[in-house]
Ligand binder design. Structure first.
Ligand SMILES: C[S@@+](CC[C@H](N)C(=O)[O-])C[C@H]1O[C@@H](n2cnc3c(N)ncnc32)[C@H](O)[C@@H]1O
Length: 250
């Protein structure tokens, strides 16, 4: 009987994968992976396993999602260890729970393996903790994808100490305008962390008022709140060199 493992690949660096994820990849017969899964993580897949790149393209999301579900079922009929590998944590956006539900309703054995989400790890490794006593007592993680025409929903987000926005780069001007309309100061510090945890990482620090004009590429995590100002003191101590020998774990 085959098991489909819905696995979090973490935010990029292979040594930020869980030990369980690395062990499953080493036994995989087939792996379906998203665009944000790094080449370094894919190197841990058992040699000879089927590899399927199933990253979404703008405008074809629904068609590709249907293809992913069919391919998962096809792989489960032919193999024992099937892995659906998703960036970060598989249940934080990215439709992981929809895939889980689809498979569970059809009687497939599914195991979920959590991953380190970019929502917390990417800011943290850039020297920005999402909470800090006396500065931020809470945080929220939201998608920037659903901005169009629903600024009203953001009224509550404007009051959260630290707001972490995923998939928000394309709508950063709209997001900033909406938060300011709901009372967040234009001088609130904002950071965009592009390609976090990878050698291509780039951090842009600005303000809410300056966010629309900031030069930012994707993928990036947008962090809004006073914790961004801590970066100057913490970035050098972010532990980039603490790399472990993965071979000793699997
Ligand atoms: C579909 S969501 C998936 C989130 C993922 N499940 C997680 O827990 O990190 C994709 C978004 O996550 C963010 N993201 C993921 N990995 C990232 C990284 N290494 N650097 C910057 N942003 C990243 C970006 O905002 C990107 O648009």
């Amino acid at each position: 009987m085959s098991t489909i493992h819905i696995v979090g690949a973490g935010p990029g660096r292979a040594d930020l994968l869980t030990v369980r994820a690395a062990r499953i990849l080493a036994r995989a017969d087939a792996v379906l992976y998203d665009r944000l899964v790094s080449a370094e993580v894919l190197e841990l897949v058992r040699p000879g396993a089927e590899l399927h790149a199933v990253g979404k393209e703008e405008g074809r999301q629904e068609e590709i999602q249907r293809h992913i579900l069919e391919l998962l079922e096809d792989c489960a009929r032919r193999h024992e260890v099937v892995v659906r590998l998703k960036g970060g944590d598989p249940m934080v956006f990215g439709r992981g729970a929809e895939e889980w539900l689809h498979l569970a309703e059809r009687g497939y054995a599914v195991e979920v393996v959590p991953g380190i989400s970019s929502a917390v790890a990417v800011p943290e490794l850039a020297g920005i903790p999402v909470t800090f006593r006396g500065v931020a007592g809470g945080f929220a993680v939201v998608t920037g994808n659903r901005m169009a025409g629903c600024c009203q929903e953001w009224e509550a987000y404007a009051r959260v100490d630290t707001l972490v926005v995923l998939m928000g780069v394309g709508r950063r001007a709209e997001i900033a305008a909406c938060l300011m309309r709901h009372g967040r100061g234009g001088d609130t510090p904002v950071a965009f962390i592009e390609n976090g945890t990878t050698p291509e990482e780039r951090v842009v620090v600005t303000t809410l008022a300056g966010s629309g004009g900031a030069d930012v590429g994707t993928p990036a995590v947008m962090v809004i709140g006073e914790v961004v100002a801590l970066r100057g003191k913490l970035a050098d101590a972010a532990g980039r060199d603490a790399v472990v020998d993965l071979a000793s774990l699997v």
